[in-house]
Unconditional design. Structure first.
Length: 266
């Protein structure tokens, strides 16, 4: 069977690491899809931004020039939900699965869904390609390492529990990171991991925009936006150990627990 690995990223706000992210996996995949949302998720507080839109278009065009046989670009101009379909408005996952992946690719092809802020190590990926293409398992999990950038400090946080990163096309792969009922293999962290640069903006002021834009995206999520001024901008190389118990995300502590554990080890 001529099984393929198809990489895909969905992006609206994420130009910081998009180019590096795609470059990090381009030799590993057979094709790579850039799904560009012209408007943000309807649950986001972000508004359409022509300047931001143009940045993503330019990065996509650059990648298409460098890899004309691999890069495919799709522009989505429809309103959409982030996770699920409501009131007749499709989620991005529905669109990608039903309008693209299921139509153009075989059910046994592997879909590698990545975020635009995830960076892989090509040499590590090269070692696992043959294992993936054997098709012995339905999904593969890879460990994630978080990176946070404070105003003048970059910090690696403890490893996050593994994330599903490759899934057979038959299992509705877009945005689904844990198919509990399929055969799964988790790669050891000493074999492969990827870097999650979600909170490492090149422009520090973009951090607040990111925080504000996330309000309401996740179910039952509230974000302490004041954290940007009250904590984030005050952290330095000299004092970061003092910030052990600050609040970042209320009721949905996705990133801060990793920060606090790392600080406690210092």
């Amino acid at each position: 069977m001529n099984r393929k690995i198809i990489g895909i990223v969905t992006v609206f706000w994420g130009e910081d690491w998009l180019y590096d992210s795609v470059k990090s996996v381009i030799d590993f995949v057979d094709e790579f899809i850039i799904w560009h949302n012209k408007i943000p998720y309807i649950t986001s507080t972000l508004k359409p931004n022509p300047e931001q839109f143009d940045k993503i278009v330019k990065i996509s065009e650059q990648l298409k020039e460098e890899y004309p046989d691999k890069i495919k670009y799709y522009l989505n101009e429809e309103k959409h939900h982030h996770w699920k379909t409501e009131n007749g408005i499709y989620s991005v996952a529905d669109m990608i699965n039903n309008r693209l992946l299921f139509k153009e690719y075989d059910v046994d092809d592997f879909i590698m869904y990545i975020d635009s802020d995830e960076i892989f190590i090509p040499e590590q990926l090269a070692k696992i390609r043959k294992i993936i293409l054997s098709g012995k398992y339905d999904q593969y999990k890879i460990y994630q390492r978080h990176y946070i950038r404070y105003p003048n400090l970059w910090m690696h946080c403890p490893t996050n529990p593994f994330q599903t990163i490759l899934t057979k096309n038959v299992h509705m792969p877009a945005y689904i990171r844990n198919h509990k009922e399929v055969k799964t293999f988790t790669f050891p962290e000493n074999i492969i991991y990827y870097k999650h640069m979600a909170y490492c903006p090149h422009n520090i002021e973009d951090m607040k925009t990111k925080l504000i834009g996330q309000v309401g995206i996740e179910p039952n999520t509230t974000i302490d936006v004041d954290w940007y001024e009250n904590v984030f901008l005050k952290i330095t190389q000299d004092n970061y150990k003092d910030f052990r118990n600050f609040s970042f995300i209320k009721e949905y502590p996705h990133h801060m627990p990793f920060i606090n554990k790392e600080i406690e080890k210092q």
